[in-house]
Design a protein around this ligand. Sequence first.
Ligand code: AMP
Ligand code: MG
Length: 404
Amino acid sequence: MRGFAQRSTVEQALAWIDAVLPPRHDLPREELELHHAAGRVLAKDVVSQANVPQFARSMMDGFAVRSEDTYGATPYNALPLRILGTCLPGQPFPHAVGPGAAVRIMTGAPLPHGADAVLPVEQTEVQGDIVQTMDQISPGKHVGQIGEDLRIGQIVLSAGRTLRPQDLGVLSSIGMLRVAVVRRPVVRILITGNELLPAGTIPTGYRIADANGPMLSALVERDGGEAMRPGIIPDQPDKILSALSEPADVVLVSGGSSVGQEDFVPKLLADQGELAIHGVAMRPSSPAGMGRLDGKLVFLLPGNPVSCLCAYDFFAGPAIRALGGRSREWPYAQRRVRLTRKLVSTVGRVDYSRVKVHADEAEPLAISGASILSSTTDADGFVIVPSDSEGYSAGAEVVVFLYK
Ligand code: AMP
Ligand code: MG
């Protein structure tokens, strides 16, 4: 066992990630049916192949008329028009509307030839096959024009967009059944530690239940990755190596990332692939690391749950989001608040400090050990103290990243 000779800075670790991530246009894609595409990232611009609507249609229930036939009509001077028939949605009307004529029309029905406006039913009175128009109407009134919603050749949605439910409606309306989206990165979550019981087991003896597995799965799903959970891997180099060798885009290894006797992962990675960063000047998470193996990005996350969360959010999360075509930014809302108490840090490392937010103030949590996961559930968010800072005095304004 030897300590870390030298730690990388957070910036160096982030720069390495930046350098190894593929450019956005090179991300693997897949075609999905619209029904499965909500929340996915569009892989390329969508250009409309259709006009919506592709015929002039009525926007009201009423009468299709020649607008000039209504000029001068008022409730006191109703003008009569002869009703030729009824125009229903989805069906063409067989006759043209000539002078003095009107056609009863429903919302969504194609405007018959000759007509140029729709007089809403409220502005008419019907007597047998005569409609009395009680208002004059201008050309085009209550008519949905060809392509007024979407036009052929128009970019309907741009690459990189996270598809919203209404986007799927728009894609469907231009006749798309399938859409090209960025493939979700497959993220293999390896939970290592001989002392671990499967997640959700009541702790017995000297063993503890896995807290990191469920937490990491949720983080990966949040960030658009597809989480694979092969279960708990014992601290045995051959078992760890075979788990590391399974196919994936990203591998997260929880535990065994440091320089202890049972910490095999850094050496395995260095021997079999590339250990680019090992040890980062930050607290918690200083035993974090990262590298590559057979084209997979591998993140070594310390087993202490707070460190695991912090290292994930600093390094793995941005990489997974970027691999899925998403923003690398933290998905946490930010708030500027004042500190109730002093927040002490040390120059030369980045601190991830949990705080509670009351009204417009943030209170640093007293218990901040990396093993105290409940500090992250008690907290409303965290403050990042940069490495050149000794911390903040009471009353200082800080940015809190809110967990929710
Ligand atoms: P390690 O990173 O393996 O040295 O573990 C550091 C500490 O975190 C030890 O106290 C471990 O028992 C604990 N630990 C490791 N993995 C987990 C886990 N999945 N859930 C909760 N605690 C863990
Ligand atoms: Mg361990």
